[in-house]
Design a protein around this ligand. Sequence first.
Ligand code: S3P
Length: 417
Amino acid sequence: MGLRGTVRVPGDKSMTHRAFLMGGIADGTTVISNALLGADCLASLAAVEALGAQVERTSDGIHITGTDHLHAAAIDCGNSGTTIRLLSGILAGGQESYTLTGDDSLQKRPMDRVTVPLTTLGAKIDGTYAPLTIEGRRLVGTTYTLPVASAQVKSAVLLAGLFATGETTVIEPVLSRDHTERMLPKFGAEVTIQEQERGRRIRLQGPIRLQATTIDIPGDPSSAAFWWTAAVLGQDSAITTEHVLMNPTRIGFLQVLRQMGASVEITNRQESTGEETADVTLTTTSLQAISIEGEQIPSLIDEIPLFALLATQADGKTIIRDAAELRVKETDRIETVVSALKKIGARIEATADGMIIDGPTPLIGATVDSAGDHRLAMMLTIASTLQPEIQVLGNEVVEVSYPTFYDDLKTLQQANR
Ligand code: S3P
């Protein structure tokens, strides 16, 4: 039986991290409503608290009174790459010494992508993998061209730029998610964005103290994508996700669904915190295989496990190229996705920078492990709504980005009884 109904997914993970971190260093009290309170974002909240910000949880949201002195601290970032990388940018310009570490997965993820550019601003950071040791320094603005499309690297440099003397410029040849440059002006920072023939040039004048503001966080499209997939692949299914972030750098997955033949209904468009939101409805559709590559990849990087599941049910050969970044996510998502989907009957092969999938294939029952990766656990759970003999082990890891995932699943299952 398929899934039907309406869900309001939790607040966007990327925006919540940024609101917590910027609120933590802003002058005054920032109020953040609809924040995602998953383990990753809570690591950012605990971090700003450890650094001297005051945090209060009330019925209208999270109140953060920022600190102007970043106290010495040893911070555990857990599973969160966004916390460790963005915080490195902030602490590079701090007044004390700091250590940043995380869980086994985070300790295997490359940090030189942030330590190298931060060093060009004068930062003193030891370690290419966590734990990192940072000695706060006076920073000087610089110009940095991103070698890989990475919002985390771009954001680390821009946040360091808040503490640096003079202009900090980031050039990104390929567009990555742009929440930092959209949110900084909400906190009073002037950010200049120039479109270039290829990508963008983002400029910031420092040093500047951020000013507290209010922020409402829209629903996370990377979380809504689980329900979009369930709706498209399920029998007689229709799911509406309400108040979802429609930022163009984040909705590549919706474009891909359309290209595969799904009809995507978008209603109730609104504006919230400088971002567009909408309700999005997907219904059962038969799908055609397509290939994805190049500049499309960053706009759906976190949804590629779901795209691979869609491809197992689409008619024809799917090729995913230019997605080597998947190898340095919470797990090596090329290996973990391919081996999990193989176990449940998919015809799928890994390549150096992506996957090749032949479809459609009926899914078969098997017990599969999440490998400690939240997005893998949820993708496999969506597969289990199509083939109930699929059992997912280690699914408590959804806590990282979508703590209420199983409650929402139950709601959609019950609505169809
Ligand atoms: C994120 C950026 C992306 C994404 C991650 C969150 C962010 O990573 O995969 O889940 O909030 O900036 P990269 O910036 O490394 O591409």
